[in-house]
Write a protein that binds this ligand. Structure first.
Ligand SMILES: CC(C)(COP(=O)(O)OP(=O)(O)OC[C@H]1O[C@@H](n2cnc3c(N)ncnc32)[C@H](O)[C@@H]1OP(=O)(O)O)[C@@H](O)C(=O)NCCC(=O)NCCS
Length: 236
């Protein structure tokens, strides 16, 4: 049974039209700006680092750069939302049935590369590098242990602060869910944190809380106690 709240899905007063690849968004009552969706391009990475830095300002820039590389190398769905050709939002995800053996190897190599680059200081100044890596690996394992059986995952989701609450996040999510359904996925999960992330969006969208645990990596990076939350959505 679908868990998405229908009134939420249908209530957008901002998105005024939507086709396969584009829609229009009204910005603060002024003239409409065109919102379009396209696949990620390597030139988007710099913008994503900026979007991440505004969403998670307490994290070091080196973490944003490493995270973007991590997400780019491990997603099978990589979509960018643009307003007048400028990237303003991103949703990356993974659908299990999209991952080939080669893809699995690519993901493994990406993770290894990010850890090695962190170890050798290639992302810039990163205090306590070894602790950073150890906690990163431990958090990855904890997420895997605490995750339910699923067919997919949302890995990276953020909208530029200047473009929030205009329906862009909802549109990005809807497009990913549609893709997940087409690929036969029945359940997807997302890892998020409190504090630090707008996890309430997921609850509004119909995700339900599956699990939560103390997040050693994010607590270290965020410099305060952070709880990891695993949400799931039945997409059938
Ligand atoms: C979460 C996020 C991607 C949502 O993007 P968005 O484009 O602002 O979302 P939408 O405009 O499509 O939101 C639609 C509805 O979701 C709900 N919503 C959006 N952000 C919310 C938030 N922070 N808290 C609670 N509900 C929220 C609202 O009900 C909103 O509708 P309304 O404001 O018109 O009533 C954006 O807030 C963001 O980038 N946050 C920082 C990064 C982050 O937390 N990512 C997700 C967790 S990892």
């Amino acid at each position: 049974m679908p868990t998405r709240d229908k009134s939420f899905i249908e209530s957008s007063i901002v998105l005024i039209s939507m086709s396969e690849s584009s829609s229009a968004v009204v910005k603060d009552g002024h003239s409409p700006e065109t919102l379009s969706f396209r696949e990620y391009r390597p030139t988007d990475s710099q913008r994503f680092v900026e979007i991440m830095a505004s969403a998670w300002p307490k994290l070091a820039r080196s973490i944003h750069v490493a995270s973007v590389e991590w997400y780019v190398g491990s997603a099978t769905w990589k979509e960018t939302a643009c307003v007048s050709d400028r990237a303003v939002g991103v949703l990356f995800g993974k659908i299990d049935s999209d991952i080939t053996s080669l893809g699995r190897l690519r993901i493994f190599l990406t993770h290894l590369t990010v850890y090695l680059k962190s170890l050798f200081g290639l992302y810039g100044r990163l205090p306590h590098r070894l602790t950073f890596i150890k906690r990163g690996i431990s958090s990855e394992r904890k997420i895997a242990i605490n995750s339910p059986e699923v067919d997919g995952e949302i890995t990276f989701f953020a909208v530029d602060t200047a473009y929030r609450r205009k329906g862009i996040g909802k549109a990005l999510m809807g497009r990913f869910i549609d893709h997940a359904k087409k690929k036969g996925a029945r359940r997807i999960f997302v890892y998020t944190t409190d504090p630090g992330s707008d996890w309430a969006f997921y609850e509004r969208y119909g995700f339900r809380k599956h699990n939560s645990f103390q997040d050693s990596f994010m607590s270290f990076a965020w410099k305060e106690e952070v709880t990891a939350i695993i949400y799931i959505l039945d997409v059938e």
